[in-house]
Design a protein around this ligand. Structure first.
Ligand code: ZN
Length: 356
């Protein structure tokens, strides 16, 4: 595991190598896991040392001196305000105990695998869903993680990562299933068979991205790229950024809206509006941007679940409902006063820094 930190005040936040500082690299084969509690002792020991070091920066601070006169010109103090990372990293770092039927560290939502847990199922996306009342009720761990010793620590500092939650999660499921639906039905793309329609769709998406100067990693749409087979659910198997092709699909749905379920058009359109707004917005969302996120977010989750339910009723495997949808739901409905842009907690730049 790579443990990196970055300063909110860094003037180089868009430069991945200049703004990400590596604190530790721990190879997974060196982990010591407690067999009874499942706690990653190696990682917790590292986090404890990091917390103590950061606390010195918070409590004692550092004097910044003028290079020529030697005089102290500033006293620098630092406080940890947020944690980000994919689910696996967060689970080990914070000793999350909720897994299997429970899906979330922020609330008591479940997959609804048993009659007892069905009432708290995350697939209930109504505003009065029972899991909503459980947000922040109890701590998600039994064994206090090392980072809780940090000055001012709050469990709300732990943020879901947009890249893994949406771009490599629900967004992929939506784009993949929508594309499969449009490719297996005549009339959306040119061609008398699926192979021909896949070729037409590839040409279309490439042209769309070229005209708008959008980078596209995907060379070719194919059955394997869409995970299109009878046993699995479709998903766009490409880079996270390619989930952005939802922009192109919105254009396709506009041309063919009469042939598509209204919920699907709504899910695609709202997803594009939300993602575009977050990508363009600053560190804090304006009141209007926040309202758009919440309002279109509610529309998105309802439409997506409806389109998934209607597929299920037709015994069609599509529009996968996975726990990432629930974390995306939290991101969309989050309305705390700072109105922080969830894009800030996306790990795009961290992943980029690690590659360098
Ligand atoms: Zn939750």
């Amino acid at each position: 595991m790579y443990l990196v930190w970055t300063s909110d005040l860094s003037p180089y936040l868009t430069d991945s190598a200049a703004s990400r500082m590596v604190m530790a690299i721990i190879p997974a084969e060196r982990y010591i896991i407690d067999p009874i509690t499942g706690v990653n002792l190696t990682l917790q020991a590292a986090c404890l040392a990091i917390a103590e070091s950061f606390n010195r920066l918070s409590r004692e601070g550092l004097n910044v001196c003028d290079l020529y006169s030697g005089e102290t010109v500033m006293e620098l103090r630092g406080y940890v305000t947020a944690f980000r990372g994919d689910w696996k990293a967060l689970k080990q770092t914070f000793n999350f105990k909720r897994y299997a039927d429970q899906v979330c560290w922020q609330c008591a939502a479940t997959k609804g695998l048993s009659p007892e847990s069905l009432a708290l199922a995350y697939t209930n996306v109504n505003t009065d869903a029972p899991w909503v009342a459980t947000i922040g009720d109890t701590l998600p761990w039994d064994y206090e993680p090392g980072y809780t010793l940090l000055e001012g620590f709050d469990v709300k500092f732990i943020h879901a990562d947009l890249l893994h939650i949406y771009h490599l999660g629900t967004g992929r499921d939506l784009v993949g299933s929508a594309l499969v639906h449009m490719l297996e039905t005549r009339g959306f793309f040119e061609g008398s068979n699926i192979a021909a329609r896949l070729a037409s769709a590839t040409l279309e998406v490439r042209r769309f991205c070229k005209e708008r100067k959008l980078p596209l990693k995907l060379h070719k749409l194919s059955r394997s790229k869409l995970n299109w087979n009878t046993a699995d659910m479709p998903e766009l198997r490409s880079s996270g950024y390619d989930t952005y092709v939802v922009k192109w699909l919105v254009e396709v749905t506009t041309r063919h809206s009469a042939q598509l379920p209204a919920q699907l058009c709504t899910a695609l359109w709202t997803a594009d509006q939300i993602l575009s707004t977050l990508a363009k917005a600053g560190r804090w969302l304006s009141v209007e941007e926040q309202e758009l996120k919440e309002c279109y977010g509610a529309l998105f989750t309802r439409s997506y679940v409806e389109v998934a339910n209607s597929s299920l009723e037709r015994r069609k495997r599509a529009y996968r409902l996975r726990p990432k949808l629930h974390l995306w739901h939290h991101i969309l409905k989050e309305s705390r006063p700072p109105r922080i842009n969830p894009h800030v907690f996306s790990t795009w730049t961290d992943e980029d820094a690690l590659k360098k």
